[in-house]
Design a protein around this ligand. Structure first.
Ligand code: B12
Ligand code: SF4
Length: 461
């Protein structure tokens, strides 16, 4: 009998900062590969469907799958373990699998911490999950399966890594039809897709490059635009977000992708994220012509010393120059910032806050708190130095201080982040901007941020 597989996305812990729900690409790809191989597969997205643990129990009880695969980031790791426990109670014969950027680097610990968990799939999951399901179907053992960590005779066995998928065009498009797409579009009328995996940089805080490899693997422009066209026709949606960490690593490919969008006459709008050192003004102009409206950048810091400590490989001068080009062309640049990276001081943090206000006076700044995710050099270093103070992963949502250094306490870091938001929204330049003046949206943004900061303060007391 062909196994029935249920893939699960946990909800974030209560109180964690979270994005709008959407059809997750990781689970979407896994489901699509299983469907292509004629397996029965469905998705329970606890976040999108607003399911409590008890709702999940009822849902999984009804479905009685043979295999339950749960995804998790660090933030959703503990909820994921709870779901796995519930799944095993509700379907005692099912095989439970966990995958994603947290368990990839927490594999042995996850199996120790959760007796109900049978297998961890590390890194990219499509081929590993398919082979695992095929072996289960054939009644074969899977204890030696590349890319997994599992149990054998009461011991935890870590099998070798599986090579990455080189030909990304060979993958089917994510199985978004397994999500309640009409409900999701009420949250946001945007679709997400990704055109590459991996990155050529090696930033100290980054999980992605350690998950998907220090090599940029790309889908062809034709394959990407086929997906855009398919999504546009199927869901009648015209706004897209490219989730790639660095969309423009291969600039000729980005240009070819834009040309393909233009050639097919697709009337769409999109945004993407990239590095400031991987763009030219000409490429930005081409991107705009092809529908790009805004670009996210990992600005991270306004201090060269902190950027160097992060191994980010950029300078504030280059960031300023590229933000200038982006604005000149009428695109919206959005800076992503990390406050509190080891070696940060109050002075360097304020330098960053002022820097961001200078280069991006009108776009909302994203001030993340440096968060040491397992698998990164930052995590190892913070632990080795004895700086780690918060080990409850439910708090790892990048808004809460997790560690302190001799240069910066957690209390100061928390205050700096609050200060950054207050400063950003209460500047004359923002509030009295003629284009925005008297707008309800400005009042709401400022109000929401003030309330959030007051709540944060109260929680900390
Ligand atoms: C899109 C995105 C989001 C989206 C959706 C998140 C999601 N759960 O997919 C949103 C905007 C909501 C988001 C929010 C956050 N994100 Co985010 N996000 C990404 C991003 C850019 C792309 C994810 C993606 O689609 N990748 C492409 C797919 C194909 O890869 P994948 O998701 O890794 O899935 C593969 C494998 O992991 C594996 N796999 C995954 N699940 C499972 C399950 C099973 C059963 C199996 C077998 C295999 C398997 O197989 C999949 C296919 O190959 C990644 C970076 C990246 N490139 O991955 C960061 C990333 C996942 N995010 C990160 C972070 C930190 C966050 C936030 C905490 C930040 C914040 N303050 O908002 C929150 C936490 C959200 C949450 N619920 O976990 C970190 C996670 C680090 C960690 N250890 O947890 C990453 C890796 C970025 C980074 N630079 O380090 N994020
Ligand atoms: S450039 Fe971005 S994706 Fe690449 S290693 Fe640095 S943070 Fe990660």
């Amino acid at each position: 009998m062909k196994p029935h597989v249920t893939l699960v996305n946990p909800a974030a812990p209560v109180g964690a900062a979270m994005h709008m729900p959407f059809a997750l690409l990781g689970l979407g790809y896994l489901a699509a590969v299983l469907e292509k191989n004629h397996y029965q597969v469905d998705v329970i997205d606890c976040q999108a469907q607003k399911l409590s643990f008890e709702d999940f129990r009822n849902e999984i009880c009804k479905r009685q799958p043979n295999i339950v695969g749960v995804t998790s980031s660090t933030l959703t790791y503990q909820p994921a373990l709870k779901l796995i426990k519930i799944a095993k109670e509700a379907c005692p014969n099912c095989i439970t699998i966990a995958g994603g950027p947290h368990v990839t680097f927490w594999d042995e610990k996850a199996l120790e911490e959760c007796p109900e968990l049978d297998v961890v799939v590390r890194r990219e999951g499509e081929n590993t999950l398919l082979e695992l399901v095929q072996r289960i179907e054939a009644g074969k053992s899977y204890y030696d399966l590349a890319g997994t960590t599992c149990r054998k005779d009461g011991k935890i066995v870590k099998n070798p890594d599986r090579p990455y998928i080189e030909d990304l065009d060979s993958l089917p498009f994510p199985a978004r039809h397994l999500w309640p797409m009409e409900t999701l579009r009420k949250y946001e009328n945007i679709l997400y897709l990704t055109t590459s995996r991996g990155c050529v940089y090696w930033c100290e805080f980054c999980t992605t490059v350690r998950m998907h490899g220090r090599k940029y693997r790309m889908r062809s422009p034709k394959n990407v635009v086929d997906e855009l066209e398919f999504l546009h026709k199927t869901y009648n949606i015209s706004t897209f977000t490219f989730c790639d960490d660095a969309f423009t690593v291969d600039q000729p490919r980005t240009e070819a992708l834009c040309n393909e969008i233009l050639k097919r006459g697709l009337k769409i709008e999109w945004n993407c994220g990239t590095r400031v050192d991987m763009l030219t003004k000409e490429l930005l102009a081409k991107m705009k012509e092809a529908g790009c409206i805004s670009v996210w950048f990992g600005v991270e810091s306004g201090s060269q010393q902190v950027l160097d400590a992060m191994k980010k490989g950029i300078t504030p001068e280059l960031t300023t120059k590229v933000f200038g080009w982006v604005r000149e062309l009428g695109l919206k640049p959005i800076p992503n910032v990390i406050l509190g990276f080891p070696s940060e001081t109050k002075q360097s943090a304020w330098k960053t806050i002022k820097f961001v206000e200078k280069i991006s006076p009108d776009a909302v700044g994203f001030y993340n708190v440096a968060t040491p995710f397992p698998g990164t050099p930052m995590y190892d270093s913070v632990r080795e130095k004895g700086w780690l103070r918060v080990t409850d992963f439910d708090k790892y949502d990048t808004t809460k201080p997790i560690f302190e250094t001799p240069q910066l306490s957690m209390k100061d870091l928390g205050k700096l982040r609050e200060g950054a938001f207050h400063h950003f929204y209460l500047r004359r330049a923002f509030f009295f901007d003629k284009r925005r003046r008297f707008k309800l949206s400005t009042t709401i943004i400022v109000g929401v941020n003030l309330v959030a900061n007051v709540k944060l303060k109260l929680r900390r007391k």
